[in-house]
Design a protein around this ligand. Structure first.
Ligand SMILES: [Zn+2]
Length: 146
């Protein structure tokens, strides 16, 4: 059982990242400065040199992390008023929201390891897009009690 928002599954080696301090986030950008392929990894041990961008997992956690994550989605009101439009954007919004939830939504990290379960997918076939990611529902996914 993973500690919510304190432990993750490494996208490179598949082992548990035991604490935020051990975690690192890496990603790539295309020629249009669109960011993609966000991975949560063990710092140093699982780094991939083809991923030029990186930041500590801790940078994406809590209120400060929410602020950082939102800056990937928009340059924000002040920059817009200043007319300073930069080119960056998110290439694959579904992938980014998955990463966003791994950093901000309790129990998401462990529950997502079970998302491809056939019975689980059947259970959610009539649900809306909000319900599956509510805390109580994610706990049910983890315990298999649905
Ligand atoms: Zn690893």
């Amino acid at each position: 059982m993973l500690k919510p928002l304190e432990q993750w599954i490494c996208d490179v080696c598949g082992d548990v990242i035991e604490s935020p301090e051990q975690g690192y986030v890496i990603w790539r950008s295309d020629e249009q400065y669109s960011d993609f392929s966000f991975k949560v990894i063990h710092q140093k041990k699982c780094d991939i040199s083809e991923f030029p961008s990186s930041a500590a997992v801790e940078d994406f956690l809590g209120e400060a992390g929410l602020n950082y994550l939102l800056s990937f989605l928009s340059i924000g009101r002040i920059k817009i008023l200043l007319g300073q439009h930069s080119g960056g954007s998110i290439k694959d919004m579904h992938e980014f929201v998955d990463f966003f939830r791994r950093m901000q939504t309790p129990y998401y990290e462990e529950a997502r390891t079970k998302f491809s379960n056939h019975d689980l997918l059947e259970w959610f076939s009539d649900s809306n897009e909000v319900y599956p990611y509510q805390t109580e529902v994610l706990k049910k996914i983890i315990s298999g009690s649905y």
